[in-house]
Design a binder for this molecule. Sequence first.
Ligand SMILES: O=C(O)CCC(=O)C(=O)O
Ligand SMILES: [Fe+2]
Length: 305
Amino acid sequence: MHLREIERIEAPTRATFLHEYVRAGKPVVIAGGAKGLPQSAWDFDGLSDLVGDVTVPVYDWGASGPTVDDEFVITKMPFAEAIELTRSVTSTEKQQYAVCQLPLEHIGHLAELYRKPSWLEGLDQIDRPALPFRESSRHALFISFHRGIHWHNGRDAVAQLLTGRKRFVLFDPKDSPYLYPRRLADGPKAWFDETEAVFCSEIPFEQGLDAIDRKKYPLFDRTTPYTTELQAGDCLFIPTHWWHFTTAVDPCVVAVEFWDAPLRRWGYPNGRRSLIMKPYRKYLFRHLAGRKAFTRRQEVMERSR
Ligand SMILES: O=C(O)CCC(=O)C(=O)O
Ligand SMILES: [Fe+2]
């Protein structure tokens, strides 16, 4: 296995970012790319002061912390309380709580305060996919120690590290055959669990790359992990269908923008699954669930009613 460091650039123009990275489907770190923007004041104390009294959904994995099965429940609490619980996590197995995929629109007036980096301006309006594959652009907040491996279902993303330090590990979609992807048929829940991200490797990444059992997962050595450690203010472009997981070095807050990527840039072979799942999901939301937030747990609750 050959680790590669993700390329780092500074202050790109919008054109450079678009042509050399987004359209090339190439991950890149924009060092200091979120510096000077209003959201750079969103450290733990800043967020508590601004929107600490807003009630937010929090992921709860119980005493075991997140595992490959990613069995969690959603619980609700004031954001200030969620911040205290999530910022004090020091290891993956002790991560009972995390804030994941929390839309800025659901956290008081945060969405109004947020500003897009200039090099990201308007990129969600070009190269749009055909209607059945479209979703709205979103920005969401994450406060997690470990975020399990997944890829984004037809969405490009820019993660901005607002405070702390975090290690990101990415894999090219071409490495999918060596990442022991789960098949949709492996669990009925998988058919419903398609909110931006898809969790679908059998390999436990919770303890990092070195802890992976090479005898049990011999093909894993054929992958090329792309790694980087983000500091506050750094941004990372994650092309659609690139696998990734994250682990905090220091407690951190991440803001992520998601927008649609055209089909020709979907990463294959795992992108094939999205050709079916994306339109299917849109149908599901519109006609069956009637709403956008649709987590694994909600689905279980929904169906047991
Ligand atoms: O680190 C996190 O909590 C989430 C990061 C992530 O998955 C992303 O930026 O897409
Ligand atoms: Fe992600």
